[in-house]
Structure formats: C-alpha cells, structure tokens
Design a protein around this ligand. Structure first.
Ligand code: A3P
Length: 297
C-alpha cells in the first residue's frame, strides 16, 4: 500500500509525496508501476548475479562518481561507460531492463539498508556505501530538486527544513537513519561492505580507489589506479557526461548532475544558526555513532 501526502511548500504550492514502508518519495518520479510500494517489493525481490556490485548511497553523496570508478576497476580500463549509471539504478527503473543488463553490473540504489534486495544480503554481494557530510548533501539536494522542478521556490532557507523532516516528510528518508543503518550493518558484516567518504575521495582519490581495488579484488596496478582517479576527476567526468554518455533519463537544460563537486560548498548557503541547528539535529538523531564526517578539507 502506498500513502500519498500533499506537502505545502513554503511558496504555498503543493507537492505530492508518496510513502511506502518507511520510504518517502517525491511525486512524478515515473515509477514503472506508478506505485512505490509495488516497486519496493520488486527491488526487495530483485535477482542478483554473483559478480554484481551493489552501490548504496543517500542521494547526492557521489553515486555517479563512484559508479564510474567501480566499472573502470572491474574492466581494468579508463574507458568511460557509454551508458549512464541510471541504466542500473533500481529506484525508478523498470527492473526487467536492469535484469537484462550485461555483467559486470554495478547496481545502484538510494533505498535505505532495510530495503536492499534480499539476495544482495543472502548471497554476500559486495556492497560499496558512499557517504557525504549532510550539509553538502543538503545543498546538492536543493539544486537537484530545483533542477528537476520538484522544488521550485528560490530560497535554500525554506528548503533546509525538508531535509530535517520539519514538514513531516523527508527527501527520501532521514539522512541520519540512512547512515545509521549502514553503520549497524557494517558492524554485523564487516567483510561484505566498504564505506567510502566523499570527502576522503576528494582529498586523495588514488588512496580511496586503492581501497576499493583491494576490497573488490579487481587487481588493478598502481599506475592504472592513478589513471582512473584522473579519468574520474570532476572535470573529466563532467566532460564525459556532456560529450560522450548516453543519457535518455535526465538531460535537463537547467540541471547538471556535475554541479560543483566541492567539499564545503554548504558554507555559501548556511547561516551560522542553520549550521548549529543541523549539528544539533545530527547529534540528537545519530547518537553513539563512530562515523566522522568532515565539513571542509
Ligand atoms: P554537488 O551538487 O555538490 O556538485 P550523486 O551522484 O549521488 O547524485 O551526487 C552528485 C554530487 O556528486 C554532485 O555534488 C556532483 O557534482 C558530485 N560529483 C560527481 N562526480 C564528482 C567528482 N568526480 N568529483 C567530485 N564531485 C563529484
């Protein structure tokens, strides 16, 4: 069953949000069945292959970046994948098309840990979880939702409360809950998952790509790791996306998935009071965590 809720945006206009089993999604996302609950069920029962990699991210945490890196590691090549990562995106795709993709597949999904395909867990599929500091996530999400027309008012001030659940819903789910679930999963299954911080990847890409190479057992040599880091730098990926990639899903003139790619852009949007409010929200909603996010480099 799906429940729909109408969210009154700060400008007075209405945004319809779908709820199902603890997940909230914004309207007009073109779910194949048009029904979030049915789609979640299909995701949970999605059949995996033993050489799949499962890339788990809260939205705007560097999914496209790490997706490309993993494929290059798997193929031991710096050739860009022609198809964008949305082809292997479980959230909104017709899953029969994802099921038909050739191996190697880097399945990617924003659903929280408890909505991960059951076979990923039962078959010990390798999981790469990428996480990013919440303040930069908020800014990136703001531009994303504005770009897609899901949130059309101009001010970040009015958008931030949505990320904190103030209007009774979240963009997807609570970020704290999302990272908390994967932290708990990691403690229980340390060999099945690697957690990568966006900030670490930005600071020293080769170091993080080396960790991925070891975890995935892809056997790339050091010189190739350096080439992959360069091929996947912000400017090179942005260029490849614009000039080379096939993207039938989300080419919108006013939206660029490769926006800034910085750590600390939040400082251009947050007031001191908002930053403190977010710090409080995180310490209340993410107690006893060992996660350590960096807000600047
Ligand atoms: P910004 O909006 O802050 O620029 P996702 O792929 O999960 O939707 O995340 C998108 C964010 O990752 C965007 O952040 C985007 O610019 C950033 N990003 C993508 N590729 C990157 C790269 N190679 N280096 C740094 N940031 C990158």
């Amino acid at each position: 069953m799906t429940t729909k809720m109408q969210l009154v945006k700060p400008d007075g206009s209405i945004l319809e949000v779908q709820f199902a089993k603890g997940l909230h999604y914004w309207a007009d996302l073109q779910l194949p069945e048009g029904d979030l609950a049915a789609h979640i069920d299909n995701v949970l029962n999605f059949p995996v292959r033993e050489d799949d990699i499962y890339l788990a991210t809260y939205p705007k945490s560097g999914t496209h970046w790490v997706w490309e890196i993993i494929l290059m590691l798997q193929k031991r090549s710096t050739d860009y994948e022609k198809k964008v990562k949305e082809f292997a995106f479980l959230d909104f795709r017709d899953l029969t098309t994802v099921a038909d993709l050739p191996s190697p597949r880097v399945l990617n999904c924003h659903y929280p840990c408890h909505l991960t395909p059951k076979e990923v867990l039962s078959q010990g599929i390798k999981i790469v979880h990428v996480q990013r500091n919440f303040k930069d996530v908020c800014v990136s999400a703001y531009h994303h939702l504005k770009g897609f027309g899901h949130y059309t008012t101009g001010a970040f001030d009015e958008f931030l409360p949505i990320m904190l659940g103030t209007y009774g819903t979240y963009f997807l789910c609570s970020w704290c809950e999302y990272v908390r679930q994967w932290e708990i999963f990691t403690k229980a299954h340390p060999d099945q998952i690697i957690n990568i911080y966006f900030e670490d990847l930005k600071k020293d890409s080769v170091h993080e790509i080396r960790k991925l190479n070891t975890f995935l057992g892809t056997g790339c040599e050091e010189a190739l790791l350096e080439k992959i880091a360069l091929a996947c730098s912000f400017h090179n990926l942005k260029k490849a996306d614009a000039e080379f990639k096939e993207n039938p899903f989300a080419k919108l003139e006013r939206f660029d998935m490769y926006r800034k790619g910085d750590v600390g852009d939040w400082k251009n949007y947050f007031t001191v009071a908002q930053s403190e409010e977010v710090d409080r929200w995180i310490s209340e909603n993410l107690p006893d965590t060992q996660l350590a996010f960096r807000y600047s480099l």
